[in-house]
Design a protein around this ligand. Sequence first.
Ligand SMILES: C[S@@+](CC[C@H](N)C(=O)[O-])C[C@H]1O[C@@H](n2cnc3c(N)ncnc32)[C@H](O)[C@@H]1O
Length: 308
Amino acid sequence: MKVVSLFSGAGGLDLGFKMAGHDILWANDLYEDAVNTYRLNLGDHIVCEDISKIDPEDIPECDIIIGGFPCQGFSVANMKRHIGDERNELYKQLIRIINAKKPKFFLAENVKGLTNLAKGKVFEMILSDFTQLGYKVKSKVLNAADYGVPQTRQRVIIVGVRNDVDFEYEYPLPTHQKDGEGGLKRWVSVSNALSDLPDPDQPNDIPNHEYSKYKLEFNGYLGHRPLDPDKPAPTVTARGDNKGGVVILPHPNGQRRMSCRELASVQSFPVDYKFSGNRSSVYRQIGNAVPPLLGYAIANVFNEYKEV
Ligand SMILES: C[S@@+](CC[C@H](N)C(=O)[O-])C[C@H]1O[C@@H](n2cnc3c(N)ncnc32)[C@H](O)[C@@H]1O
């Protein structure tokens, strides 16, 4: 399928679509470091610009528009969540572009908290907006760990199929399960995911294998909880603490924070995926991403669509 990608960031979701064999024609983000990362790994088809300034005429025709619209305004973990947060309006940009291009499909990703904001009213409104564009819309919360990602990241995936298109999108079946029951593989643990990476304090040539020295004290707050090495990691986030820094998960050894590369591995990025920008920026790009393996699972379903 021909893909147009909005809010593409460092390209986690796009990498998943590429792994599933789809062709990304055009992408967009306004965050320069993320755009540079995208270019380094996925190609030059990304435009660095505020989406609200983009004329749909400049976007190529496509089969699907994908986009993880910015979620900060929606996140349950964001104490200051307000329905009126202007960042929530960014999904309307997605709607504007879908309305102008009318692709066969669209796929929007967001935090699970979007589904219960204002007792579900915001989510209802979003789904109804998408439906009114002429799409059959469905949504489901998926756990990245169920698809082999070493992280229990839950995200809502909204899929729209244009009313005249004869295709029923079936969410991908899990390949992994917490205890390996039902003939599925066991969830991948964080220690397993990091086992091939050398100690970042030893000489190595692994890209982005550097870590924040921000102090580690286990007090139960976000980013200050020990990790169980035998389980998938909790959600990698791009959220900041109250001083504006990004909250980084501790390494399961309890001695230091994870390096950017380790965090990228917890997000299932391949080890040769290079990130551009300073350390904080790289942590942020990684925390913002859709895990490529989850992206792959949801993208692969579209390979079942056969045009008649
Ligand atoms: C949740 S991240 C998307 C991550 C991406 N889907 C991935 O898998 O790596 C949201 C992105 O929206 C971008 N963004 C925010 N406001 C924007 C705007 N007005 N125009 C274009 N991009 C914007 C941010 O820079 C950020 O990279």
